[in-house]
Ligand binder design. Structure first.
Ligand code: FAD
Length: 442
């Protein structure tokens, strides 16, 4: 029997607009009475969810999964694992649950962050103002679904309310018995959902971007492509390329083929970077006006040059994917994707702790901006956050930077180590789909 879950929200809906293709268009969460287990925050977990990474790749460096855990565990195992991590490190004394940060703003005169925090158990009370020296944002990536705009989509959403949903809302295949379903997106969630639906839905179609396996891009090689493995052999999903447009009675694809409008279209096309508690179009409310101390003295940039904090596809001006260049007392965790998140965060935390302790000194704002702009030029749009194999170089860079500054101070994090591209960890990370097929059959 499964242990009770406090993260899974069995009957809640996520909130979004159709289309939803930029942070300005993203619908903000409302308090949702149906998600009582998480006090209004429906999560992205679906019932029969197993990890796409093996335990030894996804676990924190100093905290293994219990021996008895399957190699590709269920969401319940992962929830237990995260709880045991919190228990081991006594994190409960630091974490305040059921408190939502509703706004943050930097007071450059007082040199502190003003954070307004709402107690979700007392929604009638006004948010409390709390002051902090630094803010580290760890609100996750899977909150606001990205639903690309295609001609006719808006009209379909208006004409057929409930026809369009996001993978974030998907809970179980039995909710779609006998339905005619199109899944949009063939990455991890889309391919898994199409596979599950092949056992219950009447007809399953999947629209996905074709991935060229011989591409030069290192990250594209890690992209999963939906396969026949594990699908119902009597009801195989029919694959299509991208949607070109939606007509009143049919969906046209980029190869000129068409299909009738299905009962459900499930968008598994990823997520937007949205931070409802940050006034993205007013980045001055986050930036330094006055330098606070020596190594930050150069960080003042003219206000007029500041871009919005995020456009939905990336956070702007983020040094080492972590520090807001115009005020490094603001850090954003976990913006890259196609990574092994838990160990990745450990390296980010290690680096950040050394910056905030004053051991690692930051370059000037101009140098940080220059480094970031080079990355954005090399990997335009949301590609800048897609790491794959590059996560190894990134983790090593964070570690090396700390070590360079720590040599004389014997404060180096020896717990963490360099990862090599040919290591067992790297092989198991990048060949996970082959390995998972052996264990789970898909
Ligand atoms: C379908 C699916 C499958 C996945 N499979 C894997 C996998 O196999 N392996 C893997 O390693 N990763 C997987 N991931 C990624 C996984 O979500 C991340 O590894 C992990 O959850 C990221 O942790 P996080 O703490 O950054 O974000 P989250 O787990 O999203 O946690 C963010 C927390 O912040 C809280 N929060 C949000 N806004 C506020 C606010 N304003 N104030 C206060 N609190 C707030 C949220 O309630 C939440 O508790 C999967 C994700 C999805 C959606």
């Amino acid at each position: 029997m499964r242990p009770p879950s406090r993260c899974y929200t069995p009957d809640s809906k996520s909130h979004y607009n159709v289309p939803q293709d930029s942070s300005d268009h993203a619908k903000q969460f409302d308090y949702d009475e149906r998600s009582s287990s998480t006090h209004g925050f429906p999560t992205a977990l679906y019932d029969d969810l197993h990890t796409n990474l093996p335990t030894d790749v996804m676990q924190f460096i100093d905290h293994g999964f219990p021996e008895s855990t399957p190699e590709y565990p269920s969401r319940c195992h992962v929830e237990q694992y995260v709880r045991s991590y919190a228990d081991t490190h006594d994190l409960h004394r630091l974490i305040q649950l059921n408190k939502e940060v509703v706004s943050i703003k930097y007071d450059a005169g007082q040199k502190h962050w003003e954070c307004k925090v709402q107690d979700l158990l007392s929604p009638g009370l006004l948010p409390k103002l709390i002051l902090f020296d630094a803010v580290v944002v760890c609100t996750g990536r899977a909150n606001h679904p990205y639903i690309p705009d295609v001609p006719g989509l808006r009209e379909l959403a208006e004409a057929r309310p409930g026809c369009i949903m996001a993978a974030r809302e998907y809970r179980r295949a039995t909710d779609h018995c006998g339905q005619f379903v199109l899944v949009v997106g063939g990455a991890f969630s889309g391919s898994d959902i199409a596979r599950q639906l092949s056992y219950t839905a009447g007809n399953v179609h999947i629209s996905m971007t074709k991935i060229e396996k011989d591409t030069d891009s290192e990250t594209d090689k890690d992209m999963p492509v939906v396969g026949v493995d594990g699908c119902n052999p009597h009801n195989m999903p029919v694959t299509h390329p991208r949607i070109e447009c939606i007509m009143p009675k049919e969906i046209l694809f980029t190869d000129g083929t068409a299909m009738p409008i299905p009962d459900r279209i499930i968008y598994a096309t990823g997520y937007l970077y949205v931070y409802p508690f940050i006034d993205s179009n007013n980045p001055q409310s986050l930036a330094y006006r006055l330098p606070t101390h020596r190594q930050h003295a150069n960080n003042e940039l003219p206000e007029a040059e500041l871009p919005p904090f995020t456009d939905g596809h990336k956070v702007n001006d983020l040094y080492k994917y972590l520090l807001y260049i115009h005020n490094p007392t603001l850090a954003i965790f976990g913006t890259p994707f196609r990574i092994a998140p838990f160990p990745f965060y450990e390296y980010q935390a290690h680096y950040l702790a050394h910056v905030y302790k004053g051991i690692v000194l930051l370059p000037s704002a101009e140098q940080m901006l220059d480094e970031w702009n080079k990355l954005v030029a090399e990997f335009p749009g949301k590609k800048v956050n897609e790491m794959g194999m590059l996560q190894i170089d990134y983790r090593n860079d964070l570690l090396d930077t700390v070590d360079r500054f720590s040599e004389a101070k014997s404060d180096s994090g020896k717990r963490l180590h360099r990862v090599e591209r040919g290591s067992t960890w790297a092989d198991r990370c990048f060949n996970t789909l082959v390995n998972r097929k052996r264990h789970l059959g898909y």
